[in-house]
Design a protein around this ligand. Structure first.
Ligand SMILES: Cc1cc2nc3c(=O)[nH]c(=O)nc-3n(C[C@H](O)[C@H](O)[C@H](O)COP(=O)(O)O)c2cc1C
Length: 203
């Protein structure tokens, strides 16, 4: 640990509790714009962002992803009461966030290969790029005093998330960020120090 991580990076934390007030659409636009200057393969922009800030759309998205998660959990043999508990907790979390920004991937601007291996690598590059875009979005949110937290759910069910939001077939949701004004009472985990010597090596 060197202790010299820039303050603007240190400031971003996953905050999972929000005040009830909505987020201005101008702020949501600004953070999506920040996402869209992320590095991407071949100068492409293979992502699309869906800002979900209406009650009905949040409920539809939570229901669509929840149905798929329910089926997966049941397939895993999880006890029915536990399935109900997990799916309901996820629904409450999603509908309770003032805004959800859903990051989708498309093939727009990506190269096509005749073989599966390179095709998968190309998609992998787009996915990496979406991760960079999401980090930009969360840093921009932090910069505006907004709270954010990445939620994994859509990567497990891109078609269900797409259909719940009535998106084009070619938009595949892979990331979701809850955004809102931070609940001042929320305390997250203390960020552990970075064990640099374990996580990097020089050659
Ligand atoms: C791909 C990805 C998926 C995540 N999914 C979830 C999630 O489903 N629920 C959640 O509460 N946090 C989720 N997180 C947030 C992590 O838990 C969080 O980033 C981590 O604990 C580090 O804390 P920090 O972001 O405050 O530094 C996710 C983060 C990433 C990068």
């Amino acid at each position: 640990m060197t202790g010299v991580v820039p303050a603007f990076l240190e400031a971003r934390r996953s905050i999972r509790a929000f005040r009830a007030e909505p987020v201005d659409r101008a702020d949501l636009d600004a953070i999506v714009e920040a996402a869209c200057i992320a590095p991407a393969p071949h100068h492409s922009r293979p992502w699309r962002f869906v800002v979900v800030d209406t009650t009905g759309a949040k409920a539809d998205l939570a229901a669509g992803m929840g149905a798929r998660w329910r089926a997966d959990l049941e397939g895993d043999g999880v006890a029915p009461e536990r399935v109900d508990e997990l799916v309901e907790a996820s629904r409450v979390k999603l509908v309770g966030a003032p805004a959800l920004v859903v990051g989708c991937l498309t093939w727009d601007g990506l190269d096509r290969y005749p073989d599966e291996q390179r095709q998968r690598a190309e998609w992998g590059m787009a996915l990496l790029s979406l991760g960079a875009a999401v980090e930009n979005l969360m840093l921009a949110a932090t910069d505006r005093g907004l709270a954010s937290c990445w939620v994994a759910a859509p990567i497990f069910c891109p078609p269900e998330a797409r259909d719940a939001l009535d998106l084009p077939d070619t938009w595949l949701p892979h990331a979701l960020v809850m955004v809102g004004h931070p609940d001042p009472g929320y305390t997250g985990r203390v960020r552990p120090p970075v064990p640099l010597d374990d996580l990097r090596t020089f050659r």
